[in-house]
Write a protein that binds this ligand. Structure first.
Ligand code: UFG
Length: 330
């Protein structure tokens, strides 16, 4: 559902995979957007609407200038490092970039008196949850530094909203985001992809000799990890729903964003082979550090409170759009 009033939205990380799909959705809905991105993992061409400010979040002057020049009504914060295994190896990089930079951003938006904020959080805040599906009330017990940075940011937002009644935020806890724009304009284009679906498709393309399956001894029906794969356009729509909710006076809140059911690594691999029609090589190896066995969203709250209605809850469609994007990328 389109937002009633049009907003000016500053989007950090808007040249990245998820951010660029949100920029597309906001632009198509008639909002004015400005992207703030240092292009370390984003791409200039991915910004389909609005102005691109190439700068780093840790550059406070650039941040202040962007706020002063653009005068946003709302900020959406995507910019972050996102690779779980890298965060295990280099935690300080994650604390500096994901947590330190968020403090600077919140300082800047307080100074500029921006009142509405949407934060890219992650199911990684739950760690290895005891329940599947997991609801927003489950304890936050991240098992890797990446998840810890997202949890700390959520706690900072909570405390800031308690200290300043005018500041309201929505934190969206993403599950496993995948797929690409149906018109192949934007998609995932990391230089060193680590995510299962992208790696499987790159293996099918012949860019890698084999796909490793990390761990076959998890307590799941086939021994491999289970994840809730959500199409990036459905996730993007959830951001517009969050903005509408805040714009209509909704109070600060946290929502899971996933479909409520999951697939094992083996199931994803089988579906990827079917969609690509390529029987690529796989190898079963040991567990990857920091992986939870099962992460599936209880999405009752986002459906009921934000009115989020997923349109692409279909693993084959997710894989097909991601594959079309891969083929286009050459
Ligand atoms: N996997 C493989 N082989 C690979 C890559 C991944 O077997 O080459 C496995 C992983 O071990 C895991 C599953 O596939 O069991 C999914 O791994 P991804 O790397 O695709 O995604 P993650 O579940 O680690 O993390 C993603 C996001 C996080 C988010 C999490 C929530 O990157 O931000 O989903 O569900 F927190």
């Amino acid at each position: 559902m389109p937002l009633k009033s049009k907003l000016k939205v500053l989007i950090t990380g808007g040249a990245g995979y998820i951010g660029s799909h949100v920029v597309k959705a906001l632009g198509e809905d008639g909002h004015e957007v400005a992207v703030f991105d240092n292009l370390t993992s984003g791409n200039r061409e991915a910004v389909l609407h609005g102005e691109l400010i190439v700068a780093d979040l840790l550059d406070r002057d650039a941040l202040r200038k962007a706020m002063a020049d653009f005068k946003p009504n709302a900020v959406m914060h995507f910019a972050a490092h996102i690779i779980v295994p890298e965060s295990v190896k280099d935690p300080l990089k994650y604390y500096r970039n994901n947590t330190g930079a968020t403090i600077d951003l919140l300082d800047a938006i307080q100074e500029a008196d921006v009142r509405l904020f949407v934060f890219s959080s992650s199911a990684a805040v739950y760690g290895n949850p005891e329940t599947a599906p997991v609801s927003e009330n489950a304890p936050l017990m991240p098992i890797n530094p990446y998840g810890t940075t997202k949890m700390i940011n959520e706690l900072m937002l909570r405390d800031l909203s308690l200290a300043d009644a005018g500041f309201r935020y929505v934190s969206l806890r993403y599950f496993n985001v995948a797929g690409a724009d149906a018109q192949r304009r934007i998609g995932q284009s990391y230089k060193h992809p680590t995510h299962l679906i992208t790696r499987a498709l790159k293996t099918a393309k012949g860019e890698s000799p084999k796909l490793e399956i990390f761990g076959t001894d998890y307590p799941t029906f086939d021994g491999t990890c289970i994840r809730d794969y959500v199409h990036v356009d459905d996730l993007a729509a959830a951001h517009l729903d969050a903005l509408r909710y805040l714009g209509e006076g909704g109070s600060s809140n946290v929502f899971n964003c996933g479909y409520g059911h999951g697939y094992s690594v083996r199931e994803v691999v089988a579906a990827a082979k079917k969609i690509t029609n390529i029987d690529f090589c796989t190898e079963e190896t040991g567990r990857r550090k920091g992986d939870a066995a099962v992460l599936v969203a209880d999405n009752t709250k986002i459906r009921e409170t934000l009115g989020w209605e997923p349109r692409f809850d279909d693993l084959d469609y997710i894989l097909k759009t991601a594959w079309d994007w891969e083929i286009k990328a050459g």
